[in-house]
Design a protein around this ligand. Sequence first.
Ligand code: CDP
Length: 131
Amino acid sequence: MNDRVVVAGAVYDRGRLLAARRSAPPELAGRWELPGGKLEPGESGEQALVRELREELGVETEPLERIPGEWPLKPGYVLRVWTARLVSGVPAPLQDHDELRWLGPGESDAVDWLDQDLPAVAEAMRRLPDG
Ligand code: CDP
């Protein structure tokens, strides 16, 4: 059986990276992640990412590039991450999250990231565009 894919976005705007604090489930609540969700049948990773960011944050985004690699989550799930550009809207924690933060260069340690997101966050910070 193939693992199910969870897609997440390293969303950039004005030289900062968006971090989202999970409100559920209890074992993940309070930890920070790159927002995203499960790939649905028939979707590309990029399509799923745009849909998840629209549903969870109310924004329109444009995927830029895949961060190479794939990271294990709970059994049966793997995480894939894309960088993305904020196209329109102001992110709001509509689903799954209770707080959002924009992190500038050198601020990636300011929040308590989920362990499984750390490699992708480090790479996303290295790729942070100029403001
Ligand atoms: O929104 P949806 O139900 O499709 O997915 P989700 O609940 O946001 O994410 C599915 C699983 O992937 C959860 O167990 C999340 O904790 C995990 N996840 C993660 O570890 N890191 C992320 N950046 C995004 C999701």
